[in-house]
Design a protein around this ligand. Structure first.
Ligand code: ASP
Length: 408
């Protein structure tokens, strides 16, 4: 679904420039005219709804069609194993950067305990056990899972459906495959149309966010903000580009520019799932094979969250420092493992990472009420970690694409 005229058009008609402009204009508008920004917020919600509308059919059809194009269970297994290795390594690197910075900067020493008396509303201390998590992945009712927009069970069903489709032959099965491919083509054309609205959606969402939060609160929590922000920045601009360059053989800057619409959408929506249609579009546009794109990205949007994992580790240690608790190396290793698991368990929706922080805090016996303090700047950190999450998925796609013999 490439756009052949893309190179001949003037720069201001190119999506990545429009998106960058929307980011800057959104911040300025939200700052200067908060009331107007609030009233145009519905345009952003509209963009978000359009994206959410196509997520489930897109995941299902692209996975089935992608698996069919990979050919057989063995290729799917190979891509699957490589994908899981990439997810684990990149997320562990992200957490390591976060832990290093939080030990150097000590943001918790600069925060007070105001707001820690009560656990914020909506937080449950009942965390999921691993068997519960695995059970949730296999839907007992696929229609209910689709209706509820639960991505992971739909992915599992689509993978099984695709695998069995490749094992069978005959006119009926071929007809099903053609129908799935046809629906995918239609959904992709629809995605392309929605993507054109990204600059408007990004502008409106960001302007409202700036109008609501304001910069004052960030200043009050600057040490914590800088720790998370610097960690994400190092991971996104040093670690991931290095892996991309060495293993994926891509020019990081060129690749990042092609991914700008997806990254900016992740930033303004704070939702990896809602960004999925754009990530898939950008990835195919950049030449990644459909079989790889449609496998790595939907799965990555729900389980590969480098930014979230980094944030979980920094937040947990910040809370420990706030309470004057000194976590030793063993305890920090436990934070690393639980942050990794919590990031896998977090859904690709706003604030999911903050909710999953409960898991990490419980693992090392820290008071959950600490969440009450750091929640104040969660939204802006959520935007930053979501952009990192999506960027990591896209880097992984390029790497696995290369190992699968695709273009680089
Ligand atoms: N909002 C993040 C995402 O969608 C998850 C999180 O809250 O960390 O990727």
């Amino acid at each position: 679904m490439g756009d052949n005229s893309a190179n001949t058009r003037p720069w201001y008609l190119k999506l990545h420039w429009q998106v960058l402009f929307a980011l800057v204009a959104g911040v300025v508008f939200g700052w200067l005219a908060p009331a107007a920004a609030e009233s145009i917020g519905f345009l952003g919600d509209l963009f978000l709804s359009l994206l959410k509308m196509i997520i489930i059919p897109l995941i299902f059809t692209s996975l089935v069609s992608g698996i069919a194009s990979l050919g057989n269970a063995r290729s799917v297994g190979r891509v699957g194993i490589r994908t899981v290795i990439y997810y684990t390594v990149s997320t562990t690197l992200a957490i390591t950067v976060g832990l290093t910075l939080v030990n150097i900067i000590h943001p918790g020493a600069h925060l007070n305990l105001a707001g820690t008396e009560h656990l914020p509303e909506g937080f449950s201390t009942a965390t999921q056990t691993l068997p519960e998590f695995l059970l949730r992945m296999v839907p007992d009712n696929i229609v209910a899972a689709m209706a509820a927009g639960e991505v992971l069970p739909v992915i599992v069903f689509a993978i099984l459906f695709g695998l069995f489709l490749t094992r069978l032959n005959g006119p009926n099965v071929d007809a099903v495959q053609r129908v799935v491919d046809g629906i995918l083509e239609i959904i992709q054309a629809l995605t392309l149309a929605i993507v054109k609205l990204a600059p408007v959606g990004i502008f409106a969402l960001l302007a409202r966010e700036v109008a609501r939060s304001g910069p004052g609160i960030i200043w009050d929590m600057r040490y914590y903000f800088v720790t998370v922000g610097a960690g994400l920045l190092i991971h996104a601009t040093v670690t991931l580009p290095t892996i991309l360059w060495v293993l994926g053989r891509r020019q990081p800057l060129v690749y990042a520019r092609k991914m700008a619409p997806a990254i900016a959408t992740a930033f303004s929506t704070a939702s990896s799932s809602a960004t999925l249609p754009l990530s898939m579009e950008c990835s195919e546009e950049a030449g990644n094979r459909r079989g790889v794109t449609s496998f790595v990205l939907p799965l990555g949007a729900t389980v590969n969250m480098d930014g979230t994992a980094l944030y979980e580790a920094v937040a947990a240690l910040t809370i420990a420092q706030m309470y004057g608790v000194d976590l030793g190396l063993g305890q920090q290793a436990l934070v690393l493992v639980t942050a990794l698991l919590a990031s896998v368990g977090a859904a690709g929706i706003p604030m999911a990472g903050l909710v999953m922080l409960v898991v990490v805090l419980q693992a090392v016996g820290l008071p959950l009420e600490g969440i009450g303090t750091i929640i104040a700047i969660d939204r802006v950190l959520d935007m930053m970690r979501t952009a990192t999450n999506v960027w990591s998925d896209l880097v992984g796609t390029a790497i696995i694409n290369r190992f699968e013999g695709g273009s680089s």
